[in-house]
Design a protein around this ligand. Structure first.
Ligand SMILES: [Zn+2]
Length: 165
């Protein structure tokens, strides 16, 4: 799954989404393609590389009161300890999807849970460069989602202890 850059109307990078998601945005008329793969199509659309929002979006809404404050532990909770690259439930580290050394932000939308192996293998490359596609698009969780994840994770840990001793 290749990731498509989503630019705000002022051409600042907001985040990345899947090709399918980006095409849906174009179809709904909320975004227009800026750069496309000339020869690749998805239905009637050329596969986008970059799309730009038609209307400027205040970034503040992403962090309104119902949204959880970003934290490294929060990322592990949101992803329920599942590695975003290999899918195993052994993630103990947080990976910047676009590495910080390459301008990637420290934010919910640029962070995923990753196991140590995948994190080390990916290094300071993007998922595309590393050939390690993300299994899902990172999102900004609500506080309720994190609370639920915390309870679910605690229950799983307790059960594992009870079963494995
Ligand atoms: Zn992994």
């Amino acid at each position: 799954m290749t990731q498509v850059e989503v630019w705000n109307a002022d051409e600042t990078l907001l985040h990345r989404v899947s090709v399918r998601h980006a095409v849906k945005m174009i179809w709904r008329g909320v975004a227009t393609p800026v750069e496309v793969h000339e020869s690749e199509r998805l239905g009637p659309y050329q596969v986008p590389i970059v799309v730009r929002l038609v209307r400027y979006v205040e970034q503040k809404w992403l962090y309104s009161r119902t949204r959880a404050t970003y934290s490294r532990d929060g990322v592990l909770l949101r992803d329920k300890g599942q590695c975003a690259y290999c899918g195993r439930f052994t993630a103990t580290t947080m990976d910047h999807v676009t590495p910080r050394s390459r301008g990637g932000a420290t934010s919910w939308l640029n962070a995923v849970a990753a196991c140590e192996d995948c994190n080390a293998r990916k290094g300071s490359r993007t998922p595309d460069e590393a050939g390690m596609p993300l299994r899902w698009d990172p999102y900004v969780p609500t506080r309720a989602q994190l609370r639920f994840a915390r309870t679910a994770t605690a229950t799983a840990t307790r059960l594992r202890k009870e079963i494995l001793g």
